[in-house]
Design a protein around this ligand. Sequence first.
Ligand code: IPD
Ligand code: CA
Ligand code: CA
Length: 284
Amino acid sequence: MNDQNDIPTIGGKSFTPVAINCAAKAGEWIKTKLGSHTSLSLKYSAQDLVTEVDKGAEMMIRNLVQTHFPHHSFLGEEGVQPGPEASDRALQSVKDAEYLWVVDPIDGTTNFVHGFPFFSVSIALAHKGEVIVGVVYDPMRDELFVAEKGKGAYVRGRRMEASGEQTLRDSLLATGFPADPNYALPMNMKGLQALVPQVRNIRSSGSAALHMAYVAAGRLSGFWEYGLNSWDLAAGSLLVTESGGRVTDSKGNPYNLGVRNVAASNGHIHDAFVDELMKAEGSS
Ligand code: IPD
Ligand code: CA
Ligand code: CA
């Protein structure tokens, strides 16, 4: 994928191979646990699940990252208290770190629990708040999506390109149904109601990170969801932009690690997509 000399390094160690190794190891382990998790608990709401496999996978990734990069900061979903306020506080406390790993050990825990084979490991490395490496791994399909800032994005060793649809009418979109019933879910429903009649169709497969990877791979024209966290989006945001797509918040402002309401697309449909979301929000 890269000339060895081009891989971003610190102290002679390369970031991307470590991110790939972490995602692959965790993903393989998660796959062996499919259908045999032993503990299931609720976090922020009845829709927000966690198992011992989420926690074990995060610990595995954290240990590997710390072995290679002991001075880097680490933000993982399972190390943060549930709920949007705690997530915001956790991000605020580390977002200016020189190097920050942002990790969702299983994105799509509900699918994992039900044996629905669509979940992923999402690992990003940010340098002073900007994502420079993004890896999303789907262990069920053994698909590894990798991006490096300025160097493109790849799946199965092939360079990815976002899709070519020029209009909403020709677009296949995806969204998610957020775990926060108070703000994010009602907002998402408004967007859904506005967009369904205007597009070819809409999917909701249950892993935001994998939906972002599919936008990057040209399999989806766009994805939006309200109320996500940095670990759902960081890796996917780089996959999309390095594939020629666009990532903003739902009002069209540029992506940063603090964005919770995301719109990602192939770029061509972006303005029309965001216009519809803003109209549905009542903010245009
Ligand atoms: C969830 C997934 C899901 C999205 C939820 C997320 P989790 O992450 O990305 O697709 O709709 O909003 O919370 O809890 O499985 O890591
Ligand atoms: Ca997630
Ligand atoms: Ca998760």
